[in-house]
Design a protein around this ligand. Structure first.
Ligand code: ADP
Length: 482
């Protein structure tokens, strides 16, 4: 395909595509070749989008009823389902993820819009104070114009996860997709408007982080900013938002552990641990990247993990392998650097190299390290690749201490048939999601999700996200007794 024939991903503002002034290449990670040209937007387009969102908020969206917004969200869900195949193929092309995972992401994206359609109809304030001469109550009000900066790993799911509650709650939105995977977010913005969202309610502006992203984070016209991405960028986004006292939600990744106790069920544990770390080649904020295993079953679990890792199929996303490529050459370089450091600190059991699959793609072998010291960099830092670290523990208290011994706190898996132990460990862990004898739970649309400690703050998913996209107003009225 020549450069001229490549699809052009343009900004979508006030219900229209905005012709690109300049473009950059978007690469297919499975081949390393360009798959689209992307409009290189900057402060001018961001400003135009924020202005459109403000107008739509004041003139239209804030005046709608919850029932109207619920119907709009249901219509968006229906349209996403009707375009399921197109969206899944686009996501697979743009991110390199296996096509079956891309289909799941399309389904989960539609489910977010359905879930928040239902939830917003159940959102209500409270009556306060039992007082003879006062009536006091609360209102849950939208923030106004919300900015959303999202990453490249789950563009479709994260677009829906962040937009659906914001829109349902009555906000208008400006979305900045990642430069490495902007295709499905831009398409969703267009489809949502075709489904009936009024022009300007949802705007999407592609571009680089330092140009479009930084302009959105610093825009004085925002009332709320949601960011999902790296800790480094999260810090700079939060600093920019702080200047205008704009409230932020930050989702900054994790180093999520599995805690495997002696009475676990190996037939369930091992396959689910493997899936949790190889899904989208480990490029997942809540990837289960550390296995903390009781020393009594350490050898068996390590052997089973090694067998499973050895049998994994790797290849281009369209061939639906177990894992596809990483997003970019840069990301592959980062992951290989982590693996090299890991070789010096721990025992490499499987993988560690670049596999001999499709030339040009950004592939890394699924990699298993054992006897990983808890303070090794591979046990501490978010790698964002298919790298699993095994560390043994002696008792439950040590397991929890190891689980908490990073600066992150996002998700955890607990593998035991002892229900008392499972509850005690769930309570002790400093993470926002604990899965017992499972992991991830069907996309977790209904389950609140977010950071403890440096994984960020604010909650996404579930009813909690709807509250996050509102603020509470208290009204007190003097009522003179009769
Ligand atoms: P990665 O380094 O893995 O690409 P980032 O956290 O930098 O992850 O990217 C997440 C999102 O943040 C992307 O949409 C990216 O364009 C955006 N971004 C990057 N740098 C900035 C910045 N300085 N200000 C605002 N957004 C940014």
């Amino acid at each position: 395909m020549t450069q001229r024939q490549l699809p052009l991903a343009e900004a979508f503002i006030e219900g229209q595509r905005i012709p690109a002034r300049d473009t950059f290449a978007d690469l297919d990670p499975s081949t390393g070749r360009p798959c689209a040209r992307v409009s290189r937007c900057g402060p001018a387009e961001i400003d135009r989008a924020v202005t459109a969102a403000r107008t739509a908020f004041e003139k239209t969206w804030r005046r709608t009823t919850a029932a109207t917004r619920a119907a709009a969200c249901r219509a968006v869900a229906g349209t996403l389902r009707a375009h399921r195949r197109e969206l899944a193929e686009l996501e697979c092309l743009d991110t390199g993820k296996p096509i079956s995972q891309a289909y799941t992401d399309a389904d989960v994206a539609a489910r977010y819009f359905d879930f928040y359609a239902g939830s917003v109809e159940a959102l209500h304030g409270r009556t306060l104070l039992d007082h003879p001469d006062l009536l006091a109550y609360t209102l849950q009000e939208p923030h106004g114009v919300c900015g959303h900066i999202i990453p490249w790993n789950y563009p479709m799911q994260i677009t829906a996860r962040t937009l659906a509650p914001a829109l349902a709650a009555g906000n208008t939105c400006v979305l900045k997709p990642a430069e490495d995977a902007p295709l499905t977010p831009l398409r969703i913005a267009e489809l949502a408007t075709e489904a009936g969202l009024p022009a300007g309610v949802l705007n999407a502006v592609p571009g680089t982080g330092p140009e479009a992203g930084a302009a959105l984070a610093a825009h004085p016209g925002l009332d709320h900013l949601a960011f999902t991405g790296s800790r480094r960028t999260g810090r700079s986004v939060m600093t920019a938002a702080a200047r205008g006292i704009v409230p932020v939600t930050l989702e900054l990744g994790g180093k999520s552990p599995h805690l495997v106790f002696p009475d676990h069920d190996p037939a369930a544990t091992v396959p689910r641990i493997v899936t949790s770390v190889i899904e989208h080649a480990g490029q997942n904020c809540s990837a289960g990247t550390r296995v903390l295993v009781h020393e009594g079953v350490h050898a068996q679990v390590s052997t089973a993990l090694a067998e499973a890792f050895t049998g994994l199929r790797i290849g281009p996303g369209a061939e639906d392998p177990d894992l596809g490529p990483l997003i970019s050459a840069r990301q592959r370089g980062t992951v290989l650097d982590h693996i090299d450091a890991g070789r010096k600190a721990a025992r490499l059991v499987v993988g560690g190299g670049v596999p001999d699959v499709a030339a040009g793609g950004f592939f890394v072998e699924p990699t298993l390290f054992d006897d990983v010291p808890p303070d090794a960099a591979i046990a501490q830092e978010e790698i964002f690749g298919p790298v699993l670290c095994v560390t043994p523990f002696g008792d439950a208290a040590e397991a929890v201490a190891l689980a908490d011994a990073t600066t992150y706190g996002l998700s955890a898996g607990v593998w035991t048939r002892d229900i008392g132990l499972a509850h005690a460990v769930a309570r002790a862990l400093r993470v926002s999601q604990v899965f017992v004898n499972t992991y991830s739970a069907a996309g977790g649309v209904e389950l609140p999700f977010g950071g403890y400690r440096q994984s960020g703050f604010g909650r996404e998913k579930g009813f909690a996200a709807l509250l996050e996209y509102t603020r509470v107003k208290a009204v007190a009225i003097q009522v003179d007794p009769l």
